[in-house]
Design a protein around this ligand. Structure first.
Ligand SMILES: [Ca+2]
Length: 291
């Protein structure tokens, strides 16, 4: 966690005039916001509890994970965990959200500065093309808060359950090839946004992941679809992993030996098997930006 940069005097002044800084984005700021008209947005802003994505029409598509929050007058300041410590100033209004991009050289103590503000609002829908490019990926991004919390500990079964909650679209308990491919596309979307891209680069990355995801899905099915149902169940992924196998692979009631039991922490990182290999590129995201 970076130290707060604002001088103590300024902090005291702000603290007297505003509520304490929060640890996450406030609920009223989360979700999808649109700048410009709903039919022709100039920018989309998507906010989760711990991250924000700026999706500019014909411009930069980028995701930032908030490392800390502070107050800046009537604005809330979110500071990213990226190398540039990207800052986002925002405040709620009666009909939306005002967002201000502070100049890079302006110190925190001088914020919020004097604008300009970009006005964002809610829209009942967004153009089909934008929904096609961003809808699925933003849905996965929204789920990452919960997945990250569940997968941060040693409870591998809880981690799998949280991933399934998003990935099992049909609700039948199994992941089909299409559902696994969707999961891979979601991971590609978030990974590409984290690195920063153009719209066309993002579309290409997600498209390539769609093709690769189908191959990965068939590989996963071939690895763990033990009953040949054509889908991967939570039980099949967890089999022999959660709980970890008994000593030496013997049943739980077999005579004990002096062999050392497997590390619980190790079971989560390595025990996901084929699914773990699938998730390896996105797992680091789970640890970023959480309070
Ligand atoms: Ca399913």
């Amino acid at each position: 966690m970076r130290p707060l940069l604002a001088p103590l005097a300024a902090c005291a002044l702000v603290a007297a005039a505003a509520p304490a800084a929060q640890a996450t984005f406030p609920p009223e700021a989360t979700g999808l916001w649109v700048a410009g008209s709903c039919s022709e947005p100039s920018e989309l802003l998507f906010v989760t509890r711990s991250a924000w994505a700026r999706l500019q029409a014909n411009g930069v598509q980028v995701l930032r994970h908030a490392e800390r929050f502070d107050r800046a007058g009537t604005y809330v300041l979110a500071v990213g965990d990226d190398a540039e410590a990207t800052r986002l100033l925002f405040r709620s209004t009666a009909d939306g959200l005002l967002v201000r991009d502070p100049p890079a050289k302006m110190p925190d103590a001088s914020l919020p500065g004097d604008g300009p503000d970009v006005a964002f609002r809610r829209c009942p829908s967004i153009p089909v093309g934008l929904a096609g490019l961003h809808g699925e990926g933003l849905s996965f991004l929204a789920a990452l808060d919960g997945i990250g919390a569940s997968c941060a500990g040693d409870d591998g079964a809880a981690c799998i359950a949280r991933i399934w909650a998003w990935a099992d679209v049909s609700g039948d308990g199994g992941l089909s090839v299409a559902e696994i491919a969707r999961l891979v596309r979601g991971m590609a979307y978030v990974g590409t946004l984290t690195a920063g891209s153009t719209e066309s680069e993002l579309a290409q990355a997600v498209g390539a992941a769609g093709v690769g995801g189908i191959a990965a899905a068939w590989a996963l099915l071939a690895s763990v679809d033990y009953d040949g149902s054509g889908t991967v169940s939570r039980e099949e992924v967890a089999h022999d992993r959660f709980p970890p196998p008994a000593l030496g692979g013997l049943p739980p009631d077999a005579p004990a030996s002096d062999a050392r039991p497997p590390s619980p922490a190790g079971t989560v990182s390595s025990g996901l098997g084929a699914l773990g290999a699938l998730l390896k590129d996105v797992l680091p995201l789970f640890d970023r930006g959480r309070p």
